[in-house]
Design a protein around this ligand. Structure first.
Ligand code: PLP
Length: 354
């Protein structure tokens, strides 16, 4: 793929990475490519700026949109690398299929990410635990109000430097079980990374925040009985020495790259990992009988987020004394170690950029 590069003539001041609010400060350039007449064309890297859309653009009305989220990391010797980017690319192809969006060819996709990160390599921060967040997305642009898949699209990649997720150390979070509202249902779009899923999750999350919780623990959309995810992260439990995480089989759980990495590491460390349905009753029983050793969310932004307290049926249950547990800590240290090139990568997860 030929990528035309137009560099900005007005580079912006880079933010201090100590305390940048996540996702609000964008790098100088963006990648853009258009889809029409059945193919992707006009790949270009241009100064970051507004996209022009008709008010009738389909994405604005029917949410035909998919996205991804990954990071570029700077190593101690100044190189820049990606973590399992091909997993994100493969996942977006599956999201595209569900949303009737034409997929971006795999090689072009990786080339686009690498080229953009190279152009804005000075935006990859250098302080410990900082990174460049990468947000690729596709939007439907046909100027039509008929409910139908669009015939034109824009594929865009923007990036933003992000500070350490845990500037004050890893503190466990307090979460609420969401018993009324659901995020996704069997047969729906739960497995796809699409904006619509997030729109549907805002209301419950806002109520939870007002009540002093940092996340909601989503239950399944059919019986509201089985645990699915925590906020926008996958969730794992260590119960009586065994690792249990919700199965992906229902199609309503997002197949996280961090989840997949955790499962692999845990198996290699000799843990039994069960990907299966786990009901909220089973979880509460495990807490009550002292068998719930650890609980944590996992996703690209935080890597792991220990769960210290869950609120269910009018009662707060504390997990592992509201402290991060040893397995959660080891996962964090190992995954971040590989991401920042501090420890060897025996899996081939790292993709060098420059
Ligand atoms: C992106 C996402 C995750 C985590 O996926 P990662 O690939 O690990 O970042 C989990 N749940 C939802 C709903 C997501 O959108």
């Amino acid at each position: 793929m030929d990528i035309k590069i137009e560099k900005t003539t007005t580079p912006r001041q880079k933010p201090q990475t100590d305390n940048i609010p996540f996702g609000s400060f964008f790098s100088d350039h963006m990648f853009v490519m258009n889809y029409s007449d059945g193919h992707w064309h006009d790949a270009r890297i241009v100064p970051y700026g507004p996209l022009t859309l008709e008010p009738s653009a389909m994405v604005l009305h029917y949410a035909q949109e998919v996205f991804e989220g990954l990071k570029a990391y700077r190593t101690a010797d100044g190189h820049i690398q990606l973590f399992r980017a091909t997993e994100n690319i493969a996942r977006m192809a599956r999201s595209c299929e569900k949303l009737c969006v034409p997929p971006v060819p795999d090689e072009d996709y990786l080339q686009a990410i690498k080229a953009l990160v190279k152009v804005d390599k000075d935006w990859v921060p250098t302080a410990p635990d900082t990174s460049l967040y990468i947000r690729p997305f596709v939007i439907a642009t046909d100027p039509k109000l008929g409910v139908h898949a669009s015939s034109t699209y824009i594929f865009c990649i923007i990036t933003c430097p992000v500070g350490s997720y845990y500037p004050e150390g890893i503190n466990p979070v307090r979460i609420a079980i969401e018993g009324r509202e659901v995020r996704a249902v069997r047969g729906g779009t739960g497995f796809a990374k699409c904006g619509g899923n997030y729109a549907a999750s805002l209301h419950a999350s806002e109520i939870a925040e007002k009540n002093g919780f940092s996340q909601v623990l989503w239950l399944d959309g059919v019986e509201q009985k089985y645990i699915e995810e925590v906020g926008s992260m996958n969730v794992m439990f260590k119960i009586d020495g065994t690792i249990v995480t919700p199965s992906l089989a229902s199609g309503s759980v997002l197949p996280g790259v961090t989840r997949k990495s955790c499962v692999q590491l845990l198996k290699d460390w000799g843990y039994e990992v069960q990907e299966r349905n786990i009901s909220i009753d089973e979880l509460i029983d495990a807490v009550k009988s002292g068998k719930l050793d650890e609980a944590w969310g996992c996703g690209t932004a935080a890597v792991v987020s220990p769960i210290g307290e869950i609120f269910f049926g009018g009662q707060d249950y504390t997990i592992n004394g509201n402290k991060i547990g040893p397995v959660t800590q080891k996962l964090y240290d190992t995954i971040t170690g590989i991401q920042w090139g501090k420890i060897a990568d025996p899996y081939g997860w790292v993709i060098p950029v420059c």
